[in-house]
Ligand binder design. Sequence first.
Ligand SMILES: C[S@@+](CC[C@H](N)C(=O)[O-])C[C@H]1O[C@@H](n2cnc3c(N)ncnc32)[C@H](O)[C@@H]1O
Length: 268
Amino acid sequence: MIDRNTNVQITDEALAFAKPMLGVVHHEDCLTTMQKISENSVDLIITSPPYNKAGYEGFIRKRHERDRWNNGRNIEYGNDAENDFMIEADYQEQQIKVLNEMHRVLKPNGSIFYNHKVRVAQHKASHPIEWILKSNVTFRQQLVWNRKNSPAVAPIRYLPNTELIFWLTKTPCQPNFERVQKALFVGEVWEFSAKPNSLHPAPFPEELPMNIIMCIKDKTEDFVVYDPYAGTGTTLKVARSFGLKYFGSEINSKYCQLANDTLNGTLF
Ligand SMILES: C[S@@+](CC[C@H](N)C(=O)[O-])C[C@H]1O[C@@H](n2cnc3c(N)ncnc32)[C@H](O)[C@@H]1O
């Protein structure tokens, strides 16, 4: 089959990639999952990695004391997900690897929506575009999620109440997308509050994947959505509600179970 937009050949092998992998959140590192997937096989990736807030702010030195340092500032993903405490250079290198794997498995007309944010430490801000542009992806558009509230309330700067969603593609091309009037937000700023969840420290609201999936033009029978950092499974839950195929990866056993139970309808 030839992709209409890019004239790139999609092999049968790629189309048949992951049938046994679909409908499940896999309990493993997302790089391990993606290594099992053929190139050009996923239509849409919507994801939010850990922000390495603790590592970024230099708290890695305080790791043994992290409970005290946690205190509302750091995100604790649990014993088998240490990524929020990485040395920043290692974190950025890891994110470039993940972006390159997402780029490899993405179909030529597919899209990646990568939620991250500007982080601040020692009075210096760092923007995710710094490492995104070092990867193989094509940067298409920056969307702003106005969370309307902020965990950082110190009156030393304007309230940092936004996060970013980077729309990335495989090549500079028109992806499978059409901005529809009935979308929740048609501009570059999307406004919805983060909803606290007692079972996970940082889920994003359903409005985020919903506004993306509403604007996918051709939602074919074999349309596949992947979330490499599935968390509670928000992306996949919304994908399922649109009748799309989905799968995810989640390194933390507790969250993985939670996401699978939610998707299987045994929870909520
Ligand atoms: C920001 S949360 C994602 C929340 C998700 N968007 C939701 O709505 O629930 C990031 C998740 O990635 C998981 N994680 C961290 N490192 C990972 C890795 N290498 N592979 C897969 N999952 C990972 C964490 O355990 C955490 O649940």
